[in-house]
Design a protein around this ligand. Structure first.
Ligand code: MN
Length: 387
């Protein structure tokens, strides 16, 4: 059995104020060719199909187009909802699509049957474990007491394992933050306040675990528990990452080997560093100038119309930073402090607000802080489902 593991497509993503749809269509064309050339038996997408719960029409069109092309190749496709997706909208057409060998899971369900893929050596059982907050797991499993993300995952995996015959070859597909993983700027935290990490140990009974959520390709606790990483670079802190997919081979006994295959994007995302005079001179930067670029301008002096000047060289200049420039006036300082504020979580901002507005600058108790975290998590969940 050979399958392709990908994740975090984020169709409909805005980056640098632009929809990435055409770049996504281009790189998915490469992914399709690769699936064909490598003769894979199935394609697995581990969540965050779309960038938001209500994706733009063109993103939905692209997903529809890609599913049709997989169908032309007679390839089964398996996908789950990530934290950016709406579980209900991902579930659309679930039972009908399964008849065309498109297997999907939006909501987590107790007792859900695994997908059974067949090869010459027999069945391979696939557990589809969509992203679900502890609250959603409690509702799906009828649990009264509070759960952490780790406890919720333990419940979900135990239930999924109970549907798989002992000793059978099996694969898990999940969207979660595994402890020890390295995050990137373009991931939205699963929980705004609480701990959202789960232990890799839950997945050790599976011969391979195809993970989504973290955008950098990486292993998570074992060679066979892996993040493929996102389809494209979606923030400048991912500039040095390589993006691609994992081709996984499973033999008759369930032993797994895998290889990472890079994909070449239509535009690279990169950071260019230099003085204005260097950046404006020919030959300073040999790489394509239509890449999506952040310029870190090293000059210490004020430069008039720096953005416009650089845009003439880099038509897709998304961001300009001035690491060595220290503006003195109050307006600029206000902008800086606004930037600082934007980096803080909603929970931190609320705690500061509370402290600022109480007589003795009181701090929230742990219990009060937990209430605030639960409120924000619930709001986040409503935003995903009802946006
Ligand atoms: Mn993601």
């Amino acid at each position: 059995m050979r399958f392709l593991h990908t994740a975090d497509w984020h169709l409909g993503k805005l980056f640098g104020q632009r929809y990435q749809t055409e770049d996504q269509r281009y790189v998915l064309g490469e992914l399709l060719s690769l699936a064909k050339d490598e003769c894979v038996d199935a394609v697995v997408i581990a969540g965050d199909i779309f960038d938001r719960s209500v994706p733009p029409a063109e993103a939905v069109d692209l997903m529809s187009e890609v599913l049709a092309r997989f169908a032309e190749l007679r390839l089964p496709v398996l996908y789950i909802a990530g934290n950016h997706d709406s579980a209900s909208r991902i579930d659309f057409g679930r039972t009908v699509l399964a008849k065309s060998r498109v297997y999907l899971a939006g909501h987590v369900r107790q007792g859900a049957a695994p997908v059974v893929l067949e090869d010459a050596d027999g069945p391979v059982y696939v557990s589809l474990l969509p992203f679900a907050s502890p609250l959603e797991v409690r509702e799906a499993f009828g649990v009264e007491s509070a759960l952490t993300y780790d406890e919720a995952m333990a419940l979900v995996v135990a239930d999924a394992r109970a549907q798989i015959p002992a000793g059978a070859r099996s694969i898990a597909v999940a969207h979660a933050f595994l402890a020890g993983g390295v995050s990137s700027e373009s991931e939205r935290p699963l929980s705004v306040g609480g701990t959202d990490q789960v232990r890799p140990v839950h997945f050790t009974a599976y011969r391979y675990t195809a993970l989504g959520h973290l955008h950098g390709p990486q292993r998570a606790g074992a060679e066979t528990i892996r993040y493929s990483g996102s389809l494209l670079k979606y923030s400048f802190d991912e500039a040095a990452q390589r993006k691609g997919v994992i081709i996984v081979d499973m033999d008759k006994d369930g032993a797994v080997t895998q290889k990472f295959v890079p994909l070449t994007p239509r535009h690279d995302v990169r950071i260019v560093t230099g003085m204005m005079s260097e950046l404006m001179s020919d030959g300073f930067d040999p790489l394509p100038h239509d890449d999506y670029v952040r310029v870190d301008l090293l000059d210490t002096d004020t430069i008039l119309n720096a953005y416009e000047k650089l845009q003439a060289v880099y038509p897709n200049l998304f961001t300009l930073t001035r690491p060595n420039w220290r503006p003195k006036d109050a307006d600029a300082l206000a902008v800086q402090s606004h930037e600082e504020q934007k980096k803080k979580s909603d929970v931190t901002l609320f705690c500061e607000f509370f402290s600022d507005n109480t007589e003795q600058h009181e701090q929230l108790t742990d219990e009060q802080r937990q209430v605030v975290i639960d409120c924000f998590d619930e709001m986040e969940r409503e935003r995903r489902e009802q946006a």
